[in-house]
Ligand binder design. Structure first.
Ligand code: URA
Length: 425
């Protein structure tokens, strides 16, 4: 048996005692963990030491590189600039659906490898899988062909992409070490850099419905993500955007696809239009494309690209989407103005109705979710519908209603929240 160059115990001790890890230590420990030489309990101890003592940008960038090197890199052979977007996740965050075809219709190539939802935030693949026939799993050849033909592809990450991150993320999930900024940033960036896009816009969510509940943490994450991206020679911008209120009026899977199609056809809620256009402008600026996304959206060009993108993956863009078997309407108890609507409470309600999953292996209900008939600032009269709960399992309604306790108030309107809080370049 070959002798290992370094020892896991020494690497753990270095970080435990608050020192920087050397490039060699990082490269070795990630590779040895992927090979099964470093055991789960040792990697857990190292993850906790990083959680407690942090990492500087150079260490996090090296960790990112080591995780990229644990697997394959996509080689995107397309003759347009490639640009991607990543959101840290939120409630009603369906922006990828209108955004990817819009940016492609403006002339960029958008390779968006996405994930499934876990907990109260939804996953893009779960939403798209509510379209009959649509397929998430594509081969590398299919991804590059679709990028060249259509300009946009939203699909599952290929098997060999950053396997060290897959293993480490699963370990962090069960060792309470997920919420570490260098670990989150290197995890996200390893997948995004391995995917191969030249430019990346990050939508870092802030607020009750987000991973990062306060602005200081969200800003620190945005800075770490941008710092790693720059060290890897990518063009990266991070937008800090509000996630204290759900985005749009729908939270779930098929209901979010319907709302996205409304936006692509020239309608839809203003916050979804605004965020889609803001992110599109940033992506196009990084890609060096001087086209106005508002005009392309209005022209129907983005909708046409959406239909081609869905058809290319076996979906029928005209097909009726699943409808829930059971609907429960929550009405306003009094007249006034809807003052607050808490993203977390609504997200948990949608999740409990069946739109999300509790464990990786659970199935989601495609038609389950919540429709917001009113958003903060809207006038309501006693008896008006406020929230519509949809599910195939009526037994889930009681638990969903529990999560909505205190999640909305009727009274003095709170000051209007700003969707775009800041930009980190
Ligand atoms: N998303 C990721 O991909 N990794 C994390 O660590 C957290 C969120």
């Amino acid at each position: 048996m070959s002798r290992e160059r370094l020892s896991a115990v020494d690497v753990i001790r270095t970080k435990r005692d608050g020192h920087r890890l050397s490039d060699d230590q990082i490269d070795w420990v990630v590779d040895a963990y992927t090979r099964g030489v470093v055991a789960d309990e040792q990697m857990s101890a190292l993850a906790m030491a990083i959680f407690l003592n942090g990492m500087d940008t150079a260490e996090a960038a090296r960790l990112t590189q080591a995780m990229i090197d644990s697997g394959d890199r996509l080689d995107l052979k397309v003759d347009r600039p490639t640009v991607d977007k990543h959101s840290t996740g939120g409630v009603g965050d369906k922006i990828t659906l209108p955004l990817a075809p819009l940016v492609a219709a403006c002339g960029a190539a958008v390779p968006q490898l996405s994930g499934r939802g876990l907990g109260h935030t939804g996953g893009t693949l779960d939403k798209l899988e509510s379209i009959p026939g649509w397929r998430a799993q594509l081969s590398t050849d299919e991804i590059t062909r679709q990028l060249a033909d259509v300009g946009a592809v939203v699909c599952a990450a290929t098997e060999g992409l950053a396997p060290a991150d897959k293993k480490l993320y699963a370990l962090r999930d069960v060792t309470s070490t997920v919420e570490s900024i260098p670990l989150i940033a290197s995890s996200i960036m390893s997948k995004k850099i391995a995917e191969g896009a030249e430019a990346l816009v990050l939508d870092v969510k802030v607020g009750s419905g987000a991973f990062m509940k306060n602005l200081d943490d969200a800003r620190a994450l945005a800075e770490a993500l941008v710092g790693i991206g720059k060290q890897h020679g990518r063009k990266v911008t991070a937008l800090l955007t509000d996630m204290s209120v759900p985005l749009g009026r729908t939270i779930g899977n098929s209901v979010e696809v319907e709302e996205s199609v409304e936006v692509l056809r020239g309608g839809g809620p203003q916050d979804i239009i605004d965020l889609t256009v803001t992110l599109a402008r940033e992506m196009l600026a990084l890609a060096g494309i001087d086209t106005d996304p508002v005009e392309v959206l209005a022209s129907g060009g983005a909708y046409e690209t959406w239909c081609r993108m869905i058809s290319a993956q076996g979906g029928d863009p005209e097909a009726a989407l699943p409808k829930a078997k059971h609907v429960h309407v929550v009405t306003a108890e009094e007249s006034g103005t809807l003052a607050t609507l808490d993203a977390y409470g609504v997200g948990v309600a949608a999740w409990r109705l069946g739109a999300g999953r509790a464990r990786k292996e659970d199935a989601v209900q495609h038609a389950a979710g919540v429709i917001c008939h009113a958003k903060p600032g809207d006038r309501v009269s006693a008896g008006d519908p406020l929230l519509e709960l949809r599910t195939d399992t009526p037994d889930a309604v009681a638990a969903a209603l529990e999560s909505l306790q205190g999640a909305y108030t009727i009274g003095d309107p709170s000051p209007e929240h700003k969707l775009l809080i800041d930009t980190v370049r």
